[in-house]
Every structure is written in C-alpha cells, then in structure tokens.
Ligand binder design. Structure first.
Ligand code: GDP
Ligand code: MN
Length: 387
C-alpha cells in the first residue's frame, strides 16, 4: 500500500528524520484565508498524489509571496495531475502540502527496500539526488551505493559511516546521516515497509540533512497488524476496480488483454494465464477469488471483470477443493440477474460438486458455455474473444 508524502513525512518526524516545516490544505478549505495565516516566507506547494515525477509536471511549485501561493494552490486543488508515473488520466489532487522553502546545497538519494536476491533489507544511496534513480542506475551504476543489512545483526554503525563517506559528507553530516539511517531502518522494520525512499535528501544552508521528499510503501500482507497505517489508505488514488476488489478481499490486478479470468488460487490463476498466452490469447486481468469464497463475492467478482471494456470473453476456471462448484455457479447466476451479459463466458468447473454446478449453469444463457478441460476452455475463450 502506498501513502501520501505528507503522511510519510509525519511518520518520518515521529522517528526523528528531519523534514521541512509544513501545512496541509485540502479540497474544500478556503485557500486565501488559509494562506494568510502562514508566516511570511517563500513556500513550495506540492500536489499530494500517489506518484512521483511531480516536479517536472507542475505538481511542485515555488511561490515567493502569498499571492503566488494562493494561485499555485488554487491551480492544483480539485484538478488531476498527470506525471510520467500516473498514466494519461492522471490522479486527483485533493490535498496540497505547503512547505517552507529550504536552501538546497546538495541533493542526495536514499532508499531502503527489500532485496529479494539476498533476502535482506538493502540501503541504497547516491550522490545523484533529485534525478530519476532508474536513469542513474543505467547511466552511472558506479554512483549507486548499496549496503545489505543482516537480519539478525541489524544495521551496523560502520555501514552507515561507509555510506556517508562514499557520499562525500563532512564529519558533522556523517553523524546526521548515521542518525537518519538508524531511524529509517527502525521505521522500515517496525512498520513492515517494502520501500522507504527519500529523493532528494538535501543538505541545506545550515549544513542540515533534510528529507525534502518522502515515499513509503507498506507490504499489503502486513496491513492486518499495521492498523494505524492501514487507515491512511486513500482509495481515490488507486484504480477504482482494484480498490473495490481489495475491499471485497479479492486479488484483482488489471492487465491489458481481452480475456477476463476468474480463478480460485493464485497458482491456478497463473497456470490459466500461461495457457491463454500459450494458445495466442492475452489475459485482461488476474483475479483470484481465493478459497473462502461466498456466492456474493463470486457475483461481485464477475461484475468487476465484465465491467472492463477491454474484456471480449471471460474464462472461469474453478478447481473445487474447499470451494464448492455449485456455490460458484449460483454466484454467476446472481451476477447475471443484475448485469446484462454482452460477452461470451466459458466456464470450467472441476472438483467438489462440479456436476451440480454444471447443471445449474446448463442452458441458462446463450452466451454461457461450458468446457471439459482447461485447454478446451482456453482455446474456446480465445476463439470467442476474436469473433
Ligand atoms: P517529485 O518530482 O514528485 O519527486 O517531487 P519532489 O518532492 O522530489 O520535488 C521535486 C523537486 O522540487 C526537488 O527535487 C527539488 O529540486 C524541488 N523542491 C522541492 N521542495 C523544494 C524547496 O523547498 N526548495 C527548493 N529550492 N526546491 C524544492
Ligand atoms: Mn522526489
């Protein structure tokens, strides 16, 4: 799960990572009176969306006086911001972070993430802050420094010092960076993060290291025990269908193809997608209805998939172990009562109460087809999607 910059910075503050002074203004607040209350200073208005690349897209605007600030904030609130990371529809700006400008002497890059190869938390640092880090990794890989943290030993002071020296920091800032790294590691581990990124971490006019930007990703599988962080979810920033699926407890990821898939179990879903691809089709989504499925959830899952305009045929592949195939069939019939089906659906039911399920679906709709094997089901769905 992603959170906003202002939320990430509040967490940074709690852990002792320095951030600029700031205020948050939201849609519905009166912009002018709000800006009047601010102390006279140059401010930066930052659109709060779940995407980076705002700087180059007009989502980070410096204002030297109140008038400019009012204009900048009014120009952002209630609009949609398009950045290279958002897709062409952009994301809604419902809050703007106002930050006191700081003098920037150096821009550094700092991130903590889970390195799957070593199975450890990796600390990544670079002298090339403020830039797209993927670009730095490609063009100047030697400018990217990495330290892997041993899971039992934890972050060692020597590792922090090594990074600080490699970044060319003088003595006083070495100590500051060390403190920041320990705070970030503590935050990362205790909040079940998958990514913490500061781009840029700056050196200001008074020789202080300050996090000018903040990005935190939390491992979705840990949200059950990160109750406070889970409350920070902003559904407006996500794909509407994916958000709805999440609330229903379904694993739904939209892909670009034409064959909608409804499958139980992630492994079976992947096998189904492989087979669709093998026979020349393209899956439109990954939808795992899981094991503890109810009739209502099946109906919702079905509606979700057929709502995707790119879907030209649906493949339902259920292997009934814990799931009962008749319950699944009833869920499909429920969905057919409230949606008028426009695309063909191929259903393959195997396992627990498969025969009962098949009988329920027999001759219920002209667009409803049943198959006996997965290969047959995949080939039929691909053929129908092209018709
Ligand atoms: P992003 O483009 O979405 O990653 O947004 P950032 O928060 O990283 O802001 C983009 C850029 O705006 C930063 O790299 C800085 O160069 C600049 N910026 C942001 N805040 C300030 C500030 O307070 N003072 C100055 N001078 N520049 C700032
Ligand atoms: Mn940034």
């Amino acid at each position: 799960m992603n959170i906003h910059e202002y939320q990430a910075k509040a967490i940074f503050s709690r852990f002792g990572v320095p951030v600029p002074d700031s205020h948050l203004i939201r849609t519905g607040d009166d912009v002018e009176p709000f800006c009047e209350t601010l102390e006279p200073h140059a401010w930066v208005a930052k659109a709060q969306v779940h995407a980076g690349g705002r700087g180059k897209a007009g989502g980070v605007v410096r204002a030297d006086d109140k008038q400019d600030l009012v204009a900048a904030v009014s120009g952002m609130l209630g609009t949609r911001l398009v950045t290279p990371q958002t897709g062409e529809d952009g994301l809604p700006v419902q809050a703007v972070l106002l930050e006191k400008t700081v003098e920037i002497h150096r821009e550094l890059y700092l991130a903590l993430l889970v390195d799957r190869e070593s199975g450890r938390v990796a600390i990544i640092a670079s002298t090339e802050g403020g830039m797209d880090i993927e670009q730095v990794a490609q063009q100047a890989p030697d400018r990217i420094l990495t330290q892997l943290v041993h899971p039992a030993a934890g972050l060692q002071p020597g590792q922090a010092r090594t990074l600080a020296y490699a970044l060319g920091l003088p003595k006083d800032q070495v100590r500051q960076l060390q403190a920041i790294l320990f705070a970030l590691f503590e935050l990362f581990a205790s909040s079940d993060c998958s990514l913490v990124e500061i781009n840029p971490l700056i050196l200001d006019g008074e020789g202080r290291l300050v996090a000018l930007d903040a990005k935190i990703n939390i491992d979705d599988n840990a949200l059950y025990r990160q109750v406070e962080i889970a409350k920070l979810r902003d559904p407006a920033q996500g794909n509407r269908d994916e958000e709805q699926a999440c609330t229903l407890g379904l694993n739904y990821i939209r892909l670009g193809g034409s064959i909608g898939c409804i499958v139980n179990g992630a492994g079976l879903a992947m096998a189904t997608m492989d087979l669709i691809k093998h026979h020349g089709g393209e899956p439109a989504n990954f939808l795992d209805v899981g094991g503890a499925i109810t009739q209502e959830k099946v109906a919702e899952a079905f509606k979700l998939v057929v709502r995707d305009a790119g879907v030209k045929a649906v493949l339902v592949n259920i292997f009934g172990g814990i799931v009962r195939c008749d319950l699944l069939a009833s869920g499909i019939l429920d969905a057919l009562q409230s949606v008028s089906l426009q695309v063909p659906v191929v259903v393959l039911l195997q396992g627990t109460r498969a025969n009962e399920g098949r009988q329920l679906l027999e001759n219920r709709h002209t667009l409803l087809h049943q198959a006996d094997t997965l290969t047959e089901a995949a080939q039929r769905a691909i053929r129908l999607a092209r018709a």
